[in-house]
Design a protein around this ligand. Structure first.
Ligand code: ADP
Ligand code: ZN
Length: 605
């Protein structure tokens, strides 16, 4: 273990292991099968990369993401760990080189897609090379109960038969016991160590808002993170195109990404984002699996996802470097209806799909700490009172005074109108609108007419949507959607149950960016701000990445650059103390980064 720690420091430049990495690495060293469950950003790669670098035997990494293999291998190579991948993107000549390298025992890690691994020729190649252990990434793909089942993963059961002596280690961010059991059974694991990390992501700030004006709400979020990387998820492709275009017109470096685009356009969008030519990707959920940019500072959901599992995964792409990041979710009652009709249009929706949709809607409308809700949803306890990092705990949203009375008035109105009208018209009646339709139907005579006159229409619409979310109102999507009072709604009407209604007018977000306090310059020195230096280091990183033909995040993470900007190392020794700086990177990149820091620091006053 001490040896591995030294390697982690020397190669990756990390002083300490993250929670669970030690146990996971321990299982690999002990050659005991394992299942490691860590959320996105939890540091799973190091759990197999570090022992692979220490063991001096080949480790085979199975990953479904061909697009990520090259980056992973480039990253390892840049850090001085010999690694290679085999997939369809290689030319015949490149493949022969890798095969020859394998025969000579030149690599410590080999990345493969599952469908390639199980080919007899490939199994033969690996047998001759001698495999120390297997690491199965995204292992939930093996389970039909996961959210990303892949048929190819089912073939991985041959590993155990073909390599009875090699340990198998499975890694995933999906924690449900059912998926875990599937992984163990399908891979034929023997008494695996089961290691489950905390599902909380303390560096993420969660916010949920009713969607009132998509473009304005999205640009407000973008303004909180000017020039930083972000992802905006939409439900439908047309929304992706429209929003990306609108943002470009406003001067943001935004690209669109969805499955309806031609392959080369999609690749270009992804490439622009990875190489930092674009800051914002507007995308459907098709985007993200192949993205390893760890400095994503915000993820905005411009529409509600269809399950908490999806939300956790998509929002989890923010802040993988451990620095603060924001996850903003904009939703409306319409999103719920849209997903429901999309799911029902598939014929028989997958088991659990509709309840999961309901849980997602429930999250949007719950007035409890978001961190707590998410952690408890995944079956873990959340001992913190007041996370300080969600809209609820930050006091940005609050429960409406007199919630109970408001709810009763709205429900009574729907009942009084005979459950034959939609949300918009119900809101009109409650607010006492003077429209031709009201006059024609003589609805100004209803008891409910005008009882919420003093409230803005957007607020009334929001409460109606919230009552739908709480299951007090049911929407019937006929030719004209209508609202009806449910059994629960009647209980609320009778005062047997109370549901909280959230206030529409939210407090504005304050002090969104959490910039580190700046130390005073030593006497006789002046220096530009940390922020200037950080930007200069980012620019240098971009240049050096371009020169090497690799994505900037493989040079250094934002976390490393932030530390450099704060600590301003002046010597090679000090530079090596920065988290993420290993020996190889010091040798190859140190001189120019040190020069850049000096330029921004030196000079008499
Ligand atoms: P996962 O695959 O679980 O989503 P990664 O392996 O991509 O997570 O790691 C997430 C981030 O954490 C990366 O930016 C990585 O550099 C960083 N990281 C991993 N291990 C450590 C560590 N021991 N100390 C500091 N940073 C780490
Ligand atoms: Zn909270």
């Amino acid at each position: 273990m001490d040896n591995v720690r030294r390697i982690v420091k020397r190669v990756w430049g990390y002083d300490a292991l993250l929670p669970l990495q030690e146990e996971a690495i321990g299982a690999v060293l002990a050659r005991r099968d394992s299942i490691v469950v860590l959320p996105t950003g939890g540091g799973k790669s190091l759990c197999y990369q570090a022992p692979a670098a220490a063991l001096g035997k080949l480790a085979v990494v199975v990953s479904p993401l061909i697009s990520l293999m090259k980056d992973q291998v480039d990253g390892l190579t840049a850090a001085g760990v010999p690694a290679a991948f085999l997939n369809s993107s290689l030319t015949a000549e490149e493949r022969r080189q890798v095969e020859a390298g394998l025969a000579h025992g030149r690599y410590q890690l080999l990345y493969l897609a599952p469908e390639r691994l199980v080919l007899p020729a490939c199994l033969g190649l690996l047998r001759r090379a001698g495999v120390g252990f297997f690491a199965i990434d995204e292992a939930h793909c093996i389970s039909q109960w996961g959210h990303d089942f892949r048929q190819e993963y089912r073939q991985l059961r041959v590993i155990r038969e073909a390599f009875p002596d090699a340990a198998i280690h499975a890694f995933t961010a999906t924690a449900t016991p059912r998926v875990r059991a599937d992984i163990a059974a399908e891979l034929g694991l023997r008494d695996p160590a089961i290691l489950i990390g905390s599902f909380d992501r303390p560096n993420l700030v969660y916010r949920v808002r009713q969607r009132t004006d998509r473009l304005r709400q999205v640009t407000e979020a973008l303004e909180r993170h000017r020039g930083a990387a972000g992802i905006i998820y939409c439900i439908r492709r047309a929304e992706v195109d429209r929003l990306a275009e609108a943002l470009r017109r406003r001067g943001y470096r935004a690209v669109a990404y969805h499955a309806g685009l031609a392959d080369d356009l999609r690749r270009r969008a992804q490439d622009d984002f990875i190489t930092e030519r674009a800051d914002v990707v507007v995308a459907t959920v098709a985007f993200g699996m192949g993205i390893d940019r760890s400095d994503v500072r915000y993820v905005v959901h411009a529409g509600m996802p269809k399950s908490i599992e999806h939300y956790q995964q998509e929002a989890g792409r923010a802040g993988r470097d451990g620095l603060p990041a924001e996850c903003l979710l904009l939703y409306s009652g319409g999103d719920f209806g849209l997903w429901r009709s999309l799911l029902l249009a598939e014929g028989l929706p997958a088991p659990g799909a509709l309840p999961k949709l309901g849980e997602m809607y429930g999250y949007c409308q719950a007035a409890v700490c978001r961190h707590r809700f998410l952690v408890e949803y995944f079956g873990q306890a959340y001992p913190v009172e007041g996370c300080g990092a969600c809209d609820v705990c930050l006091g940005e949203i609050s429960v409406e005074d007199g919630s109970a009375a408001l709810a009763r008035r709205i429900l009574a109105c729907v009942a009084e109108m005979g459950e034959r009208f939609g949300a918009d018209y119900v809101a009109d009646i409650l607010r006492g609108a003077d429209t031709a339709r009201v006059t024609r139907l003589r609805h100004e005579r209803l008891d409910a007419y005008g009882v919420l006159r003093q409230h803005p229409k957007a607020a009334v619409r929001s409460w109606i949507a919230q009552l739908e979310g709480h299951g007090c109102l049911a929407r019937d999507e006929g030719e004209y959607p209508t609202l009806a009072v449910t059994t629960r709604g009647h209980r609320v009407l009778r005062g047997e149950e109370v549901v909280p209604l959230l206030r529409m007018a939210v407090r504005p977000v304050r002090g969104a960016s959490s910039r580190a306090a700046r130390p005073a310059p030593p006497p006789g020195r002046r220096w530009t701000s940390d922020e200037d230096l950080f930007e200069a280091l980012r620019a240098l990183r971009r240049t050096m990445a371009e020169e090497r033909g690799i994505p900037p995040y493989l040079i250094f993470s934002d976390a490393s650059l932030r530390e450099m900007a704060r600590d301003r190392p002046a010597t090679e020794e000090a530079f090596l103390q920065i988290k993420g700086v290993g020996l190889r990177k010091l040798q190859e990149l140190g001189t120019r980064f040190l020069a850049c820091i000096r330029e921004h620091t030196d000079g008499p006053v």
